[in-house]
Design a protein around this ligand. Structure first.
Ligand SMILES: Cc1cc2nc3c(=O)[nH]c(=O)nc-3n(C[C@H](O)[C@H](O)[C@H](O)COP(=O)(O)OP(=O)(O)OC[C@H]3O[C@@H](n4cnc5c(N)ncnc54)[C@H](O)[C@@H]3O)c2cc1C
Length: 448
C-alpha cells in the first residue's frame, strides 16, 4: 500500500517550495510571519549566490562565502522546514511532490506549491562538449574550473616544449554574456597580475585568452555602446575577442568555430575551455507544463499566467529562471521579486482578513544590469542610463556585497576583495584532484 504523503502536523496551510535559490528562498522568507507551514526542498544543502561564482573559480573568495547552509539560513524561522533532496516527481492532481536523497525518498502533500528550480547549462544539443568545457552553474563547476585553470599553469611549468606550453596557457571562453565576460576578465587578471611572477620557467602574462560568441557583440543585453566598451576593455587586458564565432566542436585539445560572416573554420588549440553560452530551465518545468496543458519554450521555460500560476492550477506558482512571461530575462531580480510575489498571493489566500487581490499580476521592476570587467572597471545599465568604469565597479561591489546572505559572508568577502586590491594576492588559489577530476571520472563510470 502506498504511504500517505507527508504533511506537517497542526493542520496549517502547507506550502511546498522547490528550490532554495533566489526565488525559493525569498518566497520562504516572505512567509515568515504567515499562518502557514513551509517545506523547502533543494537538492543542494546550500543557497548559492551564482553571480559571484566566477570569483570562486578564480580564487578571489572561498566557496562558503557565496554558499551558506540553507538549514542555518532558516534557523530563525519556526514555520520553515528544510529538506535536502532532489525532486523527481510533481503530481498536480494529487497535489504531491516526491523527493529523494540517495536511497531515501519521501512524498509531500501540499496546499500551495512554489516551483523555483532555476536553470542549468545548455550545450544546444552538444552535451558531449561538457566533458572538455564545463559550464559554471554550481559550486562543483566553479571549483572544477579553478582546478583546471590552476592545473594548466602548473603543467606549463613542467614542459620545455614551446608548442605544448602555448596550448597549456591558452584559455578559451565560449559565451560573451555577463558570466563569460566576468570570468574572462578575471582569468586575464590572474595571468597579468596575481600570478605574473609566480612561476620560474615562464611568465603567466604569456597566456592567450580567447572569448568567443556567435553574436555580433559582447554583452548583448547591455546594448551596442556598452558592448563595445566592454570589448575594448577586455582587449586592453590582452583578451582576443572573436564575435560572430559559432562554435562547432570542442574536444580535449581544441575549440573549433565557424565565422558566421566569412564561413571560415578556425580551430584554437587550448587546454582549458569554459562554456557560458546557454541555459535551459529545470526539467521540472516541462513535467508541470505537460500536466497543466501549457506550453514550454525551447529553453524549457514554462508559459505562466500573469500572476505566476500555471494553467488552471491557481495554487501552483512558478518563479525565476523557469518562467516564460513578457520576455522577462533570467536574472536574479526576476526570481527574487517573483518569489516574493507568489508568497504575497499565498499569504492573501490564507489570511481571512486580507483584502489583497489573490490574483494580482506580477509587476516586475527592472533595477538594471551590471557586469564587472576587471579591477576598477565595470558596465552598468539602468533604464536608459549607462555607467562605466570606476563608478559602475564601486556600485557592483556595494550591491553584490549587500545581497550576500549573512553578515559574516559580507564581511569576509569585502576583506578578501580589499586583500586582493592591496597585495594582488588571492586567498583561495588552492585545488584538489577531487575537484579537478571527479566529475568526469564519475560520469564515465556511470556510462559503463
Ligand atoms: C555564473 C552566473 C552568473 C550570474 N550572474 C548574474 C548577475 O550578475 N546578475 C543577475 O541578475 N543574475 C545573474 N545570474 C542569473 C541568476 O543567478 C539567476 O537568474 C537566478 O539564480 C535564478 O533564480 P532561481 O530561483 O530561478 O534559480 P536558482 O537561483 O538557480 O535556484 C534554483 C534552486 O533549485 C534547486 N533545484 C534545481 N532542481 C531541483 C530539483 N529537481 N530538486 C530540488 N532542488 C532543485 C537548485 O539546487 C537551486 O538551489 C547568474 C547566473 C550564473 C549561473
Amino acid at each position: 500500500m502506498a504511504e500517505t504523503p507527508y504533511r506537517p502536523t497542526g493542520g496549517r496551510h502547507h506550502v511546498v517550495v522547490i528550490g532554495a535559490g533566489f526565488g525559493g528562498l525569498n518566497a520562504v522568507k516572505h512567509l515568515k510571519g504567515a499562518d502557514v507551514e513551509i517545506t523547502l526542498i533543494d537538492k543542494k544543502n546550500h543557497h548559492l549566490f551564482q553571480p559571484m561564482l566566477y570569483q570562486v573559480a578564480t580564487g578571489l573568495i572561498s566557496a562558503g562565502e557565496i554558499a551558506p547552509s540553507t538549514r542555518q539560513v532558516l534557523r530563525g524561522q519556526d514555520n520553515a522546514h528544510f529538506v535536502n533532496g532532489e525532486v523527481t516527481d510533481i503530481n498536480l492532481e494529487k497535489q504531491t511532490v516526491t523527493a529523494n536523497l540517495d536511497e531515501f525518498e519521501r512524498t509531500f502533500a501540499y496546499d500551495s506549491l512554489i516551483i523555483a528550480a532555476g536553470s542549468g547549462q545548455s550545450y544546444f544539443g552538444n552535451d558531449h562538449f561538457a566533458e572538455f568545457a564545463p559550464g559554471m552553474k554550481t559550486l562543483d563547476d566553479a571549483l572544477e574550473l579553478r582546478a583546471r585553470i590552476l592545473s594548466a599553469f602548473e603543467k606549463a611549468e613542467l614542459t620545455d616544449d614551446p608548442a605544448e606550453r602555448e596550448r597549456l596557457l591558452t584559455f578559451v571562453i565560449v559565451g560573451a554574456g555577463p558570466t563569460g565576460v566576468e570570468l574572462t576578465g578575471q582569468i586575464a587578471e590572474l595571468a597579468n597580475r596575481s600570478l605574473s611572477d609566480a612561476y620560474s620557467n615562464y611568465g603567466t602574462s604569456a597566456a592567450k585568452i580567447y572569448l568567443l560568441d556567435g553574436a555580433p557583440q559582447v554583452l548583448p543585453p547591455f546594448g551596442k555602446r556598452l558592448g563595445r566598451k566592454a570589448q575594448r576593455s577586455l582587449e586592453k587586458l590582452g583578451v582576443d575577442v572573436r564575435l560572430n564565432a559559432m562554435v562547432t566542436n570542442v574536444d580535449a585539445d581544441a575549440v573549433t568555430y565557424k565565422d558566421m560572416k566569412t564561413e571560415e573554420i578556425t580551430t584554437i588549440a587550448g587546454a582549458t575551455k569554459i562554456w557560458s553560452a546557454g541555459v535551459s530551465a529545470s526539467p521540472l518545468g516541462k513535467l508541470v507544463a505537460d500536466q497543466a496543458g501549457v506550453e514550454s519554450d525551447r529553453a524549457g521555460r514554462v508559459s505562466v499566467n500573469e500572476d505566476l500560476t500555471v494553467g488552471e492550477y491557481s495554487n501552483v506558482y512558478i518563479v525565476g529562471d523557469m518562467i516564460s512571461l513578457n520576455r522577462l530575462p533570467g536574472v536574479a531580480q526576476v526570481a527574487i521579486q517573483g518569489g516574493t510575489h507568489a508568497a504575497k498571493l499565498i499569504e492573501a489566500k490564507v489570511d481571512e482578513e486580507s483584502t489583497a487581490n489573490e490574483k494580482e499580476a506580477f509587476d516586475y521592476f527592472d533595477r538594471g544590469s551590471m557586469a564587472i570587467i576587471s579591477r576598477f572597471n565595470a558596465v552598468m545599465k539602468i533604464g536608459k542610463t549607462e555607467i562605466t568604469g570606476l563608478p559602475a565597479w564601486l556600485a557592483w561591489l556595494g550591491l553584490h556585497a549587500s545581497y550576500l546572505v549573512g553578515f559574516r559572508n559580507r564581511f569576509v568577502t569585502v576583506f578578501n576583495w580589499l586583500g586582493n586590491l592591496v597585495s594582488r594576492d588571492r586567498g583561495h588559489l588552492n585545488f584538489t584532484l577531487q575537484q579537478r577530476d571527479a566529475r568526469n571520472i564519475i560520469n564515465k563510470a556511470n556510462e559503463k
